[in-house]
Design a protein around this ligand. Structure first.
Ligand code: GLC
Length: 641
């Protein structure tokens, strides 16, 4: 179909009032066709025709159903495409039930988030899911229905509208890689319906699974071995994660059309940022690890083009927890946007990896080499999430900073954060210990990993102070880094590990639930009571968000450079903004004062600069500036840049 034919076919469905959509469709059609070439270039002409007709139908119908208020937002965002890059964007992520009971209850808690300066709210999976274990909602049974205990689709629309009125953007998940075995598609496949079977990867015997598994890593080795699950009739189905999560077969164009429809359905409910879950796994290829395949990128590009046609207000966020070189393509290039946002997993890992030894060597080297994102994209920066911490430290980088045995270092980090070393301040736990590889990951809440749990147990004021400083150091880091910083629910008041998950049969074998506590509103009520842990965390975090919003250098389009300042206790980054001058941010990862050489400040003309978090003039002593234990400085040239 040519762009004009696509336009004409949509016009037939919509009539003349649809000029806006028709113009965008015609403009974007070549990009959509180009993106679909790689995954579907070899389907028959009839299938291709059918795919294109379906696409026009889905796009036209979704636009027709798009509420006027959202179309208004589309127009606004076309004029302000950098909305998610702006320094006032600060995010918060939470489960609806654990934070507020249900969706209507959430509306009563928005003042709290607004107070904290939140402009982006990621609500963890909230669509209908299976009962019993469901991977925290990542096993969806119906994408058009909200999980009944949380509310209805109308409640979700209501929450989105309320957030919009407060200039907060709603983010929710779209699980693209798999559906729950209870989803009707999987149920129909189990019943032997060929069209449904074709939406999954089902094999008559072990021949193909064995061939794939020769090169496939295991994602959840302690939940289940391998990447396939045996069905009652002896066949095997691809299940990368849990045995109840069936991977979709994206080589089938119908899967693309169905998922596109669901994406636009969520966009029309008022979701402004769609978190595309586990995107690295979408395309399978024998002889590879079946991650980051070129076709997966093409599919994501195609989805992005489609939302640009129907809902330009919407941003896509890729959840790809992969190595730096594999990550960058998820943000596309200057010419071809793929996702607007992606998680900066390395920053999170490096923060923790530097904190334990009070040594930033590995962090500086890793982040110095980290490729920068295309100008229109932004990172999502974070310290904790609902997931574990995987110690993604490569042999090459470890060796480059003099760590000879990277594997031993990774194990040391996991053991340190599990609290297994006598000197450890942390109280976490191992997650997914893989006996075959020696690999182990880490669970635990921000506060517990940062030492607050142990310090409170000891009743040691100095340790409590250090733990609070570690938490604030991390947040000053993600707020100054490049993108949207996201607070994980409860970290702003120091919620500790919640071991209650052990008593819930649906959660007991997944210790990631220890860092998914229920919001403690009694503790939150102390957030302004001087001297409490809650106030000592909440108020500085509130301040960080407020200060950040006023610093133009923290816009995500401003380039970031990591500096080696010649002191392994410090981490430093510079945001070089030609219009407003440089911002130098320095972080002391040691529990003691540490020195920054004056010449580093001089190099940027900042020796008489202003520290923005405290709004105080810098006071270097002689040839050095002393930085307090775990202190962070954001230095610019003047008080109001
Ligand atoms: C993502 C989620 C994780 C989930 C997995 C499978 O990585 O963050 O919690 O287990 O996808 O859906």
């Amino acid at each position: 179909m040519t762009p004009e034919q696509a336009r004409a076919s949509a016009a037939e469905r919509l009539g003349a009032s649809a000029d806006e959509l028709l113009a965008r469709l015609k403009r974007e059609w070549p990009a959509l066709q180009a993106a679909l070439e790689l995954p579907y270039g070899t389907v028959t002409p009839r299938e291709r025709r059918e795919l294109e007709e379906n696409l026009v139908r889905v796009l036209a119908d979704a636009w027709e159903q798009r509420p006027g208020e959202l179309r208004e937002l589309d127009r606004e965002r076309e004029q302000t495409p950098d909305w998610y890059q702006r320094p006032e964007m600060v995010g918060y992520a939470t489960y609806v039930d654990r934070f507020a009971g249900d969706l209507p209850g959430l509306c009563d808690r928005l003042d709290y988030l607004e107070e904290l300066g939140i402009r982006y709210l990621h609500l963890m999976p909230l669509l209908a899911t299976r009962s019993g274990p469901n991977d925290g909602g990542y096993a969806v049974t119906d994408y058009r229905r909200v999980e009944p205990s949380l509310g209805t689709m109308d409640d979700l629309r209501g929450v989105a509208a309320e957030l919009r009125a407060r200039r907060m953007s709603l983010c929710t998940d779209l699980v693209l890689n798999h559906v729950a075995v209870e989803h009707p598609w999987a149920q129909r496949a189990l019943a032997g319906e060929p069209a449904a079977e074709a939406m999954f990867h089902i094999f008559p015997d072990r021949t193909w699974p064995d061939r794939y598994e020769a090169t496939l890593p295991e994602v959840f080795p302690t939940f289940k071995r391998g990447s396939f699950t045996r069905l009652d009739d002896g066949r095997w189905v691809w299940t990368t994660f849990n045995d109840y999560q069936w991977d979709l077969n994206w080589a089938n164009p119908r899967v693309f059309v169905e998922m596109l429809e669901l994406l636009l359905f969520l966009a029309n409910a008022g979701v402004e940022v769609v978190r595309l879950d586990a995107v690295a796994f979408l395309w399978k290829r024998e002889g590879t690890d079946c991650q980051n395949q070129a076709e997966a990128h093409a599919l994501l590009q195609a989805l992005r083009v489609c939302s640009r046609i129907v809902a330009p207000a919407v941003a896509h966020k890729a959840e790809a927890i992969v190595s730096p070189d594999d990550l960058i393509p998820y943000l596309g290039s200057r010419e071809q946007v793929e996702s607007d946002l992606a998680y900066h997993n390395s920053l999170m890992v490096q923060y923790w990896a530097a904190l334990a030894p009070a040594h930033t060597g590995l962090m500086v080297e890793t982040l110095r080499r980290f490729p920068s994102h295309p100008p229109a994209a932004a990172w999502v920066t974070y310290l904790r999430s609902h997931d574990d911490i995987g110690w993604a430290v490569t042999d090459e980088l470890a060796n480059a900073v003099g760590i000879a045995d990277a594997g031993a270092h990774r194990r040391w980090l996991a053991d340190y954060y599990a609290g297994l070393w006598p000197e450890s301040f942390s109280r976490g736990a191992h997650f997914q210990e893989n006996e075959a590889t020696g690999d182990r990951r880490t669970s635990g809440s921000m506060a517990s990993l940062a030492g607050l749990e142990r310090a409170l147990e000891l009743g040691d004021d100095r340790e409590i102070d250090l733990a609070i400083r570690r938490i604030l150091l991390g947040h000053a880091l993600i707020y100054a880094y490049d993108g949207v910083p996201v607070i994980w629910m409860g970290d702003e008041i120091g919620l500790l590990n919640d071991l209650g998950y052990r008593d819930d049969p649906a959660h007991a074998d997944d210790n990631r639930w220890m860092h998914r506590p229920r919001m403690d509103w009694e503790a939150a009520a102390r957030r302004h009571v001087p001297g409490t842990v809650e106030a000592r965390l909440f108020e500085p975090l509130w301040n960080l968000g407020r200060v950040r919003a006023g610093i133009p250098q923290l816009h995500a389009a401003v380039p970031l450079e990591v500096r080696d300042v010649g002191n392994p206790e410090l981490f430093a980054l510079v945001r070089l903004d030609p219009d407003h001058g440089p911002l130098l941010a320095v972080f002391n990862f040691a529990p003691r004062p540490s020195d920054l050489r004056r010449e580093v400040l001089e190099g940027y003309g900042l020796s008489a600069g202003r520290e923005q978090i405290t709004n105080e003039a810098l006071a270097p002593e002689g040839d050095r500036l002393v930085i307090g234990p775990y202190q962070a400085l954001w230095v610019t040239r003047s008080a109001t840049p």
